[in-house]
Design a binder for this molecule. Structure first.
Ligand code: NAD
Length: 494
């Protein structure tokens, strides 16, 4: 058994560290300005750690270091060696799993049970999947002309700026780091300012695994300063971003400077459609986790539950019962199912939306308030009587708030489901295979789930369109994101 006291010691050590320093070019360093910020524990509202705050000069240093690593050690390595280093990193993550789980939980408020069941396995799966791909990225011989040998090679783009949100810091971070490194790019990772700690730990483990200095730099800081500096930097080749549509638009503008490639994974207001012929038990169970998992802070949360009018009352009643029975509490307690939202700002945003829903005339069946006065807990909330045009049906709340909307027939359900600015994900519950196919065809979404809600897998493309962004992560798509083809034309003569 792993020595618990060691784990606790290492964790306290990290948290008590006078500053959790930036990780640039293989060194833990204070920021150039000496600036720091605090990260809080959302379950208590107390200060968890002081963290060095990256400014423009630090981002510049990180980008220079990543450029040097890209031109140097990383490019000189065999692809299979890059893959082996990613596997080594996976081993170290397994070794330090307890520390990572607790750190992620303390910093984000996510329950340890969920991190162990979902986030950590996804991180390891992502690493091993792309480790295996590193030496299988190839071009094509394309017989264009009889007097030439013409072929393509896939080359890494260069320095990648990865900007991530706070809802799945470890998992979304790895969705970007692993494929970028497998492709031979180097990465400057900017975690969200409210959850910087596990990114720094991953950076340290990467060094311990043997990744050369500069291959992965980690620069916590604020979006408007550190994030923007990374986006504006002329020597960054690609920005891969997960976050809000508002910031996504700012990133596009910043990236225009040197025409960086950009991938945007943004928000959602996904519909989970329950037809009259659905297995209502299974549908309601999944609808509950679809909106309450991770306290509703999921881009693909099934925040709009569309129930056929013949089953509407039953769905509302059962969903409310599930909400009431959700175990809310200390995220470090293994039996906790739902923790706090990530910050006071986020809590106020969610509570404000609950007021908006009330004022719009929707009725709260359960929840609707803050839970307790320590930390940022919000009750799982179910709104009934929601109309499609209401703001709580159109806008992303990013909290544990379900809007249950009735529909008359399939066409009505599709009209409502497609009727927001988002197109990230959708679910449909039905016992009729033909109906399922009609829905999958007509729903505007990057992912459509049938008789399930919410699973993702690194092998399947992930992303959306319209205000949910563009480009796809995962699978082969991520390899395309971090490489570009070079055409080679060798004149052979006839
Ligand atoms: P956010 O957009 O506020 O912040 C995301 C990241 O961008 C943070 O690291 C932040 O510091 C940085 N940032 C902020 N302003 C910036 C700027 N001007 N330039 C560069 N970087 C900047 O989002 P959030 O509040 O952290 O996360 C919630 C949002 O993320 C939601 O809208 C959610 O739907 C979305 N999200 C999408 C997915 C997906 O896969 N589609 C996954 C998770 C979260």
């Amino acid at each position: 058994m792993k020595c618990i006291s060691y784990v606790r010691f290492a964790l306290l050590d990290r948290i008590a560290d006078n500053t959790n320093r930036l990780l640039i070019d293989g060194h833990r360093t204070a920021s150039a300005s000496g600036g720091t910020f605090q990260t809080l524990n959302p379950a208590t509202g107390e200060v968890l750690a002081t963290v060095a705050e990256a400014g423009v000069a630090d981002i510049d240093a990180a980008v220079r270091s990543s450029r040097a690593a890209f031109e140097g050690a990383w490019s000189h390595m065999r692809a299979s060696e890059r893959g082996a280093l990613l596997l080594k990193l996976a081993d170290l993550i397994r070794r330090d799993e307890d520390e990572l789980v607790r750190l992620e939980s303390l910093d984000s408020g996510k329950p340890v049970s969920a991190i162990r069941r979902q986030d950590l396995p996804a991180v390891l799966d992502t690493l091993t999947y792309y480790a295996g791909m590193a030496d299988k990225i190839s071009g094509q011989v394309i017989p264009a002309r009889p007097d030439a040998l013409t072929y393509t090679v896939r080359e890494p783009l260069g320095v990648v700026g990865a900007i991530i949100p706070w809802n799945f810091p470890l998992m979304i971070g790895m969705w970007k780091i692993a494929p970028a490194l497998a492709c031979g790019c180097t990465v400057v990772l900017k975690p969200a300012e409210v959850t910087p700690l596990t990114a720094l730990k991953i950076g340290e483990l990467a060094l311990e695994a043997g990744l050369p200095a500069g291959v992965l730099n980690v620069v916590p800081g604020f979006g408007k300063v550190a994030g923007q500096a990374l986006v504006d930097h002329p020597d960054v080749d690609k920005v891969t971003f997960t976050g809000s549509p508002v910031v996504g638009r700012q990133i596009l503008q910043g990236a225009a400077g040197n025409l960086k490639r950009v991938t945007l994974e943004l928000g959602g207001k996904s519909a989970n459609i329950i037809s009259s012929d659905a297995d209502i038990d299974a549908a309601v169970k999944a609808a509950g986790s679809g909106i309450f998992f991770n306290t509703g802070q999921v881009c693909s949360a099934g925040s709009r539950i569309l129930a056929h009018e013949s089953v509407y009352d039953e769905v509302v009643e059962r969903l409310a019962a599930r909400a009431k029975s959700t175990r809310i509490g200390d995220p470090l307690d293994a039996s906790t199912a739902m923790g706090p939202v990530v910050s006071e700002v986020q809590m106020q945003r969610v509570l404000n939306y609950i007021d908006i829903g009330r004022n719009e005339g929707a009725s709260i069946v359960t929840g609707g308030a803050r839970r307790g006065d320590a930390g940022y807990f919000v009750e799982p909330t179910v709104f009934a009587g929601v109309r499609h045009e209401m703001r709580i049906s159109q806008e992303e709340i990013f909290g544990p708030v379900a809007a249950v909307i009735p529909f008359k027939d399939d066409e009505d359900a599709i009209r409502i489901a497609n009727g927001t600015v988002y197109s990230l994900a959708a679910g449909v519950w039905t016992g009729d295979i033909a109906r399922a196919h009609r829905f999958t065809k007509k729903l505007k979404a990057g992912t459509v789930w049938v008789n399930t809600y919410g699973p993702t897998d690194i092998r399947l493309p992930w992303g959306g369109s319209r205000d949910s962004g563009f480009g796809r992560e995962h699978g082969d798509a991520a390899i395309d994101n971090f490489t570009e083809p070079k055409a080679v034309w060798i004149n052979t003569g006839r």
